[in-house]
Design a protein around this ligand. Structure first.
Ligand code: ZN
Length: 270
């Protein structure tokens, strides 16, 4: 699932390559991921609008148009966007395509059809998007200070990895980056939040900001001018089953937890 760093880089790429282009044609191939409005309105309403700005909040990417409308995309497991020549074959996974001025398609693909897409017109409120308004501050919001982080985390008592992934606590972190942040902070993913010392909470805050920022820098370099939604090879522990811990060389552990896999080092994450 794309997480904050993937989407932040995608935001910058889209800003460079898609803003100020007009949507000349809209084709919706698979209405399953479209939560709002109905298919006919989606095509009719988007056509002719200009892409004005790209934003991101948590795990939502937001396209802003002129005349005013906003498209919110929550990519879930495998959803992603791609720039393609209009002549490219339409795939089974293609959800919709926006043919942009300058003869380029911006296409949404989703092989699992789990993404969620919402088009809001004029000043329709985000309360029309389930759970959107319940999100906590974006994990990279400068206003998420250490003080705020400390006071917010007190309200969550689950295992610390679940807390990090809870979008109501802070928004943007999923399984991959929760694994990375906990590794950086030397904290075992299965600890209960209430057992963490103030020093560990502070380390978690520092690790959160550092891991996300470093990932953005790395993904920016690796993706160049292309839209890439899931570059994960450079991560330290996520997906590295059985490999040695980069710090202490102990074999990394993988434990299934709900639908997710926790990757961690039993020796240096206590
Ligand atoms: Zn280790």
């Amino acid at each position: 699932m794309p997480e904050l760093p993937d989407l932040e880089v995608a935001k910058h790429t889209l800003t460079r390559r898609a803003t100020n282009r007009t949507i000349e044609e809209v084709e919706l191939f698979d209405p399953v991921t479209l939560r709002r409005p109905v298919a006919e309105a989606f095509q009719y309403e988007l056509q002719g609008r200009k892409i004005q700005e790209i934003q991101r909040y948590g795990k939502f990417l937001i396209l802003l148009f002129e005349p005013p409308a906003r498209l919110y995309i929550n990519f879930m497991l495998v959803g992603h966007l791609a720039f393609q020549p209009p002549s490219d074959r339409i795939m089974k996974s293609t959800g919709f395509r926006l043919r942009l001025s300058g003869n380029i398609d911006l296409r949404y693909h989703d092989g699992r059809r789990m993404g969620k897409i919402y088009l809001l017109l004029n000043d329709e409120p985000t309360s029309l998007i389930p759970t959107y308004d319940e999100q906590g501050p974006d994990a990279l919001d400068p206003e998420l200070t250490l003080e705020t982080f400390r006071s917010r985390i007190r309200k969550f008592n689950a295992q610390i990895k679940r807390v990090l992934k809870n979008q109501r606590f802070i928004a943007g972190i999923g399984n991959a980056y929760a694994n990375e942040i906990l590794y950086k902070a030397h904290i075992n993913p299965f600890r209960k939040r209430s057992t963490l010392t103030p020093t560990e909470i502070d380390a978690l805050y520092t690790a959160t900001k550092a891991v996300l920022k470093n990932a953005i820098t790395t993904i920016t370099t690796l993706s160049g001018n292309n839209l890439r939604f899931k570059i994960r090879d450079f991560l330290q522990v996520h997906g590295k089953s059985g490999q040695p811990c980069p710090r202490c060389k102990t074999k990394l552990s993988t434990v299934k937890s709900g639908l997710d896999l926790a990757y961690f080092c039993r020796k240096c994450q206590v």
